[in-house]
Design a protein around this ligand. Sequence first.
Ligand SMILES: NC(=O)c1ccc[n+]([C@@H]2O[C@H](COP(=O)([O-])OP(=O)(O)OC[C@H]3O[C@@H](n4cnc5c(N)ncnc54)[C@H](OP(=O)(O)O)[C@@H]3O)[C@@H](O)[C@H]2O)c1
Length: 294
Amino acid sequence: MDLSLEGSVAVLGTGAMGSAIAKAVLAAGRPTTVWNRTSGRAQALGAHGAIIADSPSQAVKSADVVVVCVLDHTAVMEVLSSLGSAINGRQLVNFTSSNPAQAREAARWAEAQHAQYLDASIMAGPENIGSEEAMLFYSGSETTYQEHKRLLQSLGGVSKFYGPDPGSAAAYFTALVTLGYETWDSYLRNLAYVEAEGGDLSDFSPLAVDSVVSSGPLLKAMVQAAQTGVHPLEMGPLRTHAALMGDVIDSREQAGVGAAPLRQLKAWIDQSVHKGHVNDGFSRLIDEIRLTRH
Ligand SMILES: NC(=O)c1ccc[n+]([C@@H]2O[C@H](COP(=O)([O-])OP(=O)(O)OC[C@H]3O[C@@H](n4cnc5c(N)ncnc54)[C@H](OP(=O)(O)O)[C@@H]3O)[C@@H](O)[C@H]2O)c1
């Protein structure tokens, strides 16, 4: 097979996600070379038409665009560093989950090799790659995004470019993942709290799910408040929250379930009330949170 074909793709890393991407790329009709650190894990892709390379640099030599999907940023930099001059002048799309600082570091490395860098974040499981359900965010090289747009769009239903800062896509990804972790953490703590108080999780859970599902309009109103500085009272005034929060913390601690995030929240409420925002809505707390950023 002619490895120098226009439009060919190298996929470095064929774990669960890298394999799903490689299969979607092959299904899109692109000549594809794959490499994986543990070579046995790449072999199955041969049946889908992939060429198996012995090293990252061998895979990259044949590629018009280089895709990286390994465990984490440390692994990315290890793989990229092993490429030597093979990456010079090429286009690189990194699907490995990164935070913004890591994405910017990888972009600086690519720039030093005269390579174009597009950072990618995946909000989907491997089973959804190539389907309408998959959401993929991109930022960094617009040239790479535009030149390979059709290929990138074939990976998921939502494919969005968030501008030239390579950290932008990673920032949205990191915030969404963190929102998930914090929601699950709170949910599990409250399940433990309900149990400790003798409640039935089957009774409580539908109430909790309804409460989370119906909170969309409130979350949207908070964005407007954060942007305008006008904090409406949809969730009640801070003076009410100041009183309720102390009781909530006492009850959680008496039940033996930690209340550290709530104590932080109470400190912000108290600071805001102290500054005179006693009659503002809950979203006013964003000002206190913004003050903790530096
Ligand atoms: N799976 C998901 O649901 C999902 C969803 C969104 C995003 N992601 C992201 O996709 C990326 C890959 O995840 P995955 O699910 O494919 O994980 P995985 O199945 O555990 O595969 C990890 C891959 O990284 C490789 N690797 C690890 N350390 C390496 C190193 N030092 N040098 C070279 N290769 C190394 C592994 O090679 P070996 O086979 O040799 O160990 C394997 O190919 C992660 O950043 C993950 O956060 C995954």
